[in-house]
Design a protein around this ligand. Structure first.
Ligand code: CU
Length: 143
């Protein structure tokens, strides 16, 4: 299903409305390791970004079976527009993040570093999911 693999513009457009971040949110970027081809066109599958931010809230109820965090994340300058592949960056902002099964939810107020996988799937209604998460040492600079 190569259509899905193409940076999922539709679901990400929805995210745009929610949190203001560009369809680039996921970043069809340098991290494209699962490229597939569709009539000769590169169709990246999953993109990962190393991100960091402060946990603002943890939803009481899972959404779509996944814990849902709100994180104010640091800027991600390498973010790419999902449709054009152009580096557009994503500024610091607060936005919702589903947490992959098996990961422990952090405490509210904690600074965390995390890996965001954007694969256009359905992770509690969002096309991306945190797949790694760890507390960030206090005083470490935004990365
Ligand atoms: Cu964002």
């Amino acid at each position: 299903m190569t259509g899905l693999l193409r940076c999922a513009p539709a679901p990400l457009a929805l995210v745009c409305l929610l949190c203001g971040f560009l369809p680039a949110a996921a970043g069809c970027g340098d991290a494209d390791r699962n490229a597939a081809t569709d009539g000769g066109v590169e169709a990246p599958v999953g993109h990962r970004y190393a991100m960091a931010g402060e946990v603002l809230s943890v939803a009481e109820e899972p959404i779509g079976g996944l814990p849902r965090l709100t994180i104010h994340h640091d800027p991600v300058p390498e973010f790419r527009d999902l449709e054009t592949g152009e580096v557009v960056g994503m500024p610091a902002m607060s936005m919702p993040f589903p947490l992959a099964a098996g990961l422990n939810a952090p405490a509210v107020g904690e600074r965390v570093s995390f890996t965001l996988l954007v694969d256009g799937g359905d992770h509690g209604g969002l096309p991306y999911v945190i797949v790694e998460l760890a507390p960030e040492p206090k005083g470490s600079p935004a990365s």
